[in-house]
Design a protein around this ligand. Structure first.
Ligand code: PFF
Ligand code: NA
Length: 459
């Protein structure tokens, strides 16, 4: 067991509130917003699902993000050592550290398939840049995508490239430089999404898409849909895993945890909703199926790039920015695993990166094969909840909808019920009634809501 505070990482402070927001936004905004949110919204019937997702962000996500950042700043170390310090200071059992251990495990599993999807996005940089998209029909674009999924060797090459780039940054500790580039690339992504929304509004199906996304039809919402909305709130905000704890440990004392958490959550949500408004008009204009699954953005946006003026240029820039957004998220997943290995074993950074990244890469191969050779292999099909789910589907489903909410629930209980109220008040420095509101939501509403959704899905 490592002693407290033996982290080999030099601890400094974020130069400003802005730097924390950039890093946290870099982790939050990623494939979850642009790839996952639109397709799970399509699969779960639209409006009612979106409403539940937004509620989960507001009453579960934001309070838990505040708790994570608070634990990180108060603990001042990596998630494991922060939990250890706070548990010891509050005279609690060191078993609370297992929470952070579970986070490391979840990061590992998520990164394995996240990198495969990051690989798809990377391959589309080349597809767009080479002009292959221009003038293509919906069918041709669909066939291109199926061709990619059906080819394990190509998938492996792109997965390896994406994982390699992620490992490179983590091994060399380049995060600082990368985060500075977020200042340019995030606003650029935002502007490009606005352009895509602008293009989508010329398809004549904008109203239909807006109704699909924002007009709740509760008859289309299932119990499982509620769990998926909840799980996605955790996934998209990078919660329940220790990432925000790790980033919080660098946050200066005089900066408001509440304001920064709200800012990051709002930015993340806006990007997801813009992605939805860019994609669904194209879906309806071309008679595509909203519930067609993980390929949704790779079959819709390329269609826009095929038709719009300067489509190859916009397409290339868009996929470059998407890869960048995915990259900053992937780095935030790999960092904690590497830091944990360093602390555990005194292993150096390069060796720990090679080990952690190499294992993620290896597990990623199972996700790649799920898309082709093993597409009929559904190991947990005997449970109705997991019917038809491949290994890739299961890794995604179980991390987002089980591990992350469970991690978040534990954080809420730890901060809300076991840490001293006076300490929480001091850290948050919120005026009344805001502190009281946060405290009650964290103690009663967030954990109970997560528990109810869990129980309903198991029964
Ligand atoms: N929040 C990222 C996204 O929306 O793409 C994914 C993610 C990153 C999840 C880091 C969890 C995490 F710890
Ligand atoms: Na996100």
């Amino acid at each position: 067991v490592p002693a407290v505070g033996t982290s080999t990482v030099k601890r400094g402070f974020w130069s400003s509130r802005m730097a924390f927001i950039l890093a946290a936004t870099g982790s939050a905004v990623g494939l979850g917003n642009i790839w996952k949110f639109p397709y799970i919204t399509g699969e779960n019937g639209g409006g009612a699902f979106v409403l539940v997702y937004l509620l989960c962000i507001a009453i579960i996500g934001i309070p838990i993000m505040m708790a994570e950042v608070l634990i990180g700043r108060r603990g001042g170390h990596s998630p494991i050592n922060s939990m250890r310090t706070l548990a010891r200071n509050a005279k609690l059992t060191p078993r609370w550290v297992w929470l952070a251990g579970m986070g490391v495990f979840a990061s590992f599993v998520i990164l394995s398939f996240y990198s495969v999807i990051g690989g798809w996005a990377t391959s589309y940089v080349l597809t767009a840049a080479s002009g292959q998209l221009s003038g293509q029909s919906a069918d041709a674009i669909g066939a291109m995508f199926s061709g990619l999924l059906g080819d394990p060797v190509r998938l492996l090459i792109w997965h390896s490239l994406f994982m390699g780039l992620t490992m490179l940054v983590v091994a060399r500790g380049l995060r600082g430089g990368l985060e500075r580039s977020v200042t340019i690339l995030m606003p650029a992504l935002f502007i490009l999404l606005l352009i895509m929304v602008g293009y989508a509004s010329t398809t004549g199906h904008f109203g239909e898409a807006a109704r699909f996304l924002f007009q709740p039809d509760f008859s289309r919402l299932t119990t499982q849909g509620v769990l998926i909305a909840l799980g996605h709130a955790f996934f998209t905000l990078s919660l329940g895993i220790g990432v925000m704890m790790a980033y919080g440990s660098y946050l200066q004392q005089d900066i408001s945890i509440a304001r920064t958490s709200v800012t990051v959550s709002v930015l993340d949500t806006v990007v997801a909703l813009l992605a939805g408004m860019a994609i669904f008009p194209i879906v309806f204009a071309n008679g595509l199926e909203p519930g067609s699954g993980p390929g949704l953005i790779f079959q819709t946006l390329p269609l826009a790039f095929a038709q719009m003026p300067w489509g190859s240029v916009f397409g290339t820039v868009f996929f470059v920015l998407l890869v960048f957004a995915a990259w900053t998220s992937a780095i935030s997943l790999l960092e904690p695993i590497v830091e944990w290995l360093e602390e555990l074993d005194g292993m150096n950074r390069v060796t720990s990166t090679l080990l952690a990244g190499g294992l993620c890469w290896l597990l990623g191969i199972a996700s790649i094969l799920s898309l082709n050779a093993w597409s009929g292999f559904t190991p947990l099909a005997m449970f109705p909840l997991f019917e038809g789910k491949t290994i890739f589907d299961l890794l995604d489903y179980l991390t987002a909808n089980v591990l992350l909410p469970l991690g978040g629930l534990t954080v809420a209980v730890f901060a809300g019920w076991f840490l001293k109220r006076a300490m929480l008040e001091e850290e948050l420095a919120l005026p009344q009634p805001w502190f009281g509101l946060w405290y009650s939501v964290l103690r009663y509403i967030s954990p109970v809501a997560v528990a109810i959704v869990f129980v309903y899905n198991l029964v």
